[in-house]
Design a protein around this ligand. Structure first.
Ligand code: ATP
Length: 351
């Protein structure tokens, strides 16, 4: 196993009597970008602040590069943790030029080393020509790139990014998140990002942790989080999808309203027990030869794709995402088939 750069072992945090982070355990390998994703108030920022050393922990242990930095009894101060931080509001010094902002964390280096490093990181973020400007003379996206350059300059072990793109408009945040991912990867730095934007989390991260109410619900690759959610919270919070009811025929086979579906992992079902199968919109394909016909209730053009709301013959509603040249009309019946490489099913709630 690789050495984790960051490891949390059953970490809990509280404000007064209120537990906001509960028994959190995960690790981030060197060079990976990981992300904590979850609804507002689920404890993402508190976790990030505990890792940075700004918040105490009530239970558990935090390790950075194999060194224990936080226990309930002891906390290594933030400045000794070799971390870089990037915040939502950029937090640049307004009275310092871009160059001086980037040099700020390099005060202990020689003049020559400072110049070399500041030039290098400003070039890395594509802003070398703006070095004499002040922050207010740059756009929001450029300011955030300066904030990243400033955080990367002292070559931290770990970069923590707290909602770094949430002040930017949608197009820019999409573009900048990919740029930032590539810059962090080019530097070989390990990073932990906090966001509530799923698309951003998926596009940037090697590993994603989905949190709710202080608990980590799942920690895995973006692909697995999307296609193999461990529980209903993750299934519902991530992406679009609908459940259809089925009946277990065996640990792998479920009889559903769209036919018998075979899973690639065995579930410990009782035979004939009711289960709910998750159908993602991209699991449904148009198929003119299919006997299974669904009625188009609604269509939404999203650019590359068209999102259809479909009614199955049994009355159940599902959604399907087809390439947008499949322009079926509302009221039309279309042949569909299921093409999912993973069957995700949960026991149906008992009435
Ligand atoms: N300083 C504080 N004192 C008391 N309660 C706090 C404090 N900071 C945060 N909380 C509470 O702790 C819980 C977790 O907050 P946290 O900021 O970690 O959530 P988050 O997932 O980052 O949310 P958001 O996405 O809205 O930033 C929330 O219920 C919040 O109200």
């Amino acid at each position: 196993m690789q050495n984790p750069l960051l490891q949390l072992d059953a970490v809990s945090c509280a404000y007064g009597d209120s537990n906001v982070v509960q028994e959190l355990s995960f690790h981030v390998n060197k060079g990976d970008i990981a992300c904590l994703l979850g609804p507002s108030g689920c404890g993402k920022t508190t976790t990030l602040r505990a890792i940075a050393g700004f918040e105490p922990i009530h239970l558990g242990h935090i390790y950075l590069d194999g060194v224990e930095v936080s226990t309930p009894a002891h906390r290594l101060p933030p400045e000794k943790r070799k971390l870089g931080m990037v915040f939502q509001d950029y937090a640049l010094f307004p009275h310092l030029t871009i160059w001086e902002n980037v040099c700020f964390g390099l005060r202990k280096s020689s003049t020559q080393q400072r110049k070399y490093t500041a030039d290098k990181v400003l070039e890395l973020v594509g802003l070398e020509q703006y070095r004499q400007r002040y922050p207010h003379e740059l756009s929001g996206g450029q300011q955030q790139r300066v904030a990243l350059a400033r955080a990367l300059a002292p070559e931290p072990n770990l970069i923590l990014l707290d909602e770094p793109f949430s002040n930017l408009d949608v197009d820019l945040r999409r573009r900048l998140s990919l740029e930032v991912r590539d810059i962090i990867k080019a530097q070989g730095t390990t990073a932990l990002l906090v966001t509530h934007d799923q698309e951003e989390a998926f596009a940037m991260s090697d590993k994603v942790g989905v949190m709710s109410d202080g608990y980590l619900q799942q920690w895995d690759t973006p692909y697995t989080i999307y296609h193999e959610p461990l529980n209903r919270f993750v299934a519902n919070f991530i992406g679009l999808g609908h459940f259809i009811r089925g009946k277990a025929l065996s640990p792998e086979l479920v009889d559903t309203e769209i036919g018998v579906i075979r899973g690639d992992r065995a579930y410990p079902w009782l035979k004939d027990s009711p289960v709910d199968i998750l159908l993602r919109p991209d699991d449904i394909l148009p198929d003119i030869d299919s006997e299974l016909q669904a009625e188009v209730l609604q269509k939404t053009f999203t650019g590359a794709s068209m999102l259809f709301k479909l009614k199955l013959p049994t009355g159940s509603i599902i959604e399907a995402l087809f390439p947008s040249h499949n322009d079926f009309e509302v009221g039309e019946h279309v042949g569909i088939r299921l093409e999912a490489d993973h069957l995700v099913a949960f026991p149906a709630p008992t009435q």
